[in-house]
Design a protein around this ligand. Structure first.
Ligand code: S3P
Length: 169
């Protein structure tokens, strides 16, 4: 069985939606890391942050990365901050091809606003400036990707097609 296909990228770039479709097309198992962390802990991501803080979330995230890094043939949607830790990058790269989904601040804001209150790192009234600032801070981390896919204005099918062409499946 081949390497994992790991989707990385900022919040609201469509990692989960693309991951589901990609896994379907390739007939692979799909894992959404945040949902998996919620299953393991019995808590929503928002509850983990609220009750125990970001440090606890990052520690759960790290455990999950280590666990998934040992498996094969998965499509994995990571949380947007999973690659902020260099051990996480290493573990994900060891057994996976890393694909970064990219979008514009405007599209990201629109997407995160559709699911208000589910992303603890974003304020209630997150502005375009907030998004731009975070994107800038994180840019260097996302450069660990094997390749990037610009998702702006594209249908899911097209994004999935581009990924498949790039990895040569
Ligand atoms: C985070 C992104 C979230 C989630 C958590 C932290 C981040 O996932 O893991 O709220 O640090 O960017 P999504 O990228 O799926 O929103």
């Amino acid at each position: 069985m081949g390497k994992n296909i790991v989707l990385i990228g900022f919040m609201g770039t469509g990692k989960s939606a693309v991951g589901v479709k990609l896994a379907e097309r390739l007939n692979l198992e799909f894992i959404d890391m945040d949902r998996e962390i919620e299953k393991v802990t019995g808590l929503l991501i928002t509850q983990i942050f609220r009750r125990y803080g970001e440090v606890r979330f990052r520690s759960e995230e790290k455990l999950m990365v280590q666990k998934l890094g040992k498996r094969n043939g998965l499509v994995v949607a990571t949380g947007g901050g999973a690659i902020l830790d260099k051990d996480n990058i290493k573990a994900l790269q060891e057994n996976g091809v890393l694909i970064c989904l990219e979008s514009t601040p405007e599209e990201i804001l629109e997407r995160v606003n559709r699911k208000k209150g589910t992303r603890p790192l974003l304020k209630k009234n997150t502005t375009i400036e907030d998004i731009k600032e975070m994107l800038q801070q994180r840019e260097k981390y996302y450069s660990c990707a094997d390749f990037k896919v610009n998702t702006v204005g594209k249908q899911l099918e097209q994004i999935v097609g581009e990924i498949i062409d790039n990895i040569g499946y």
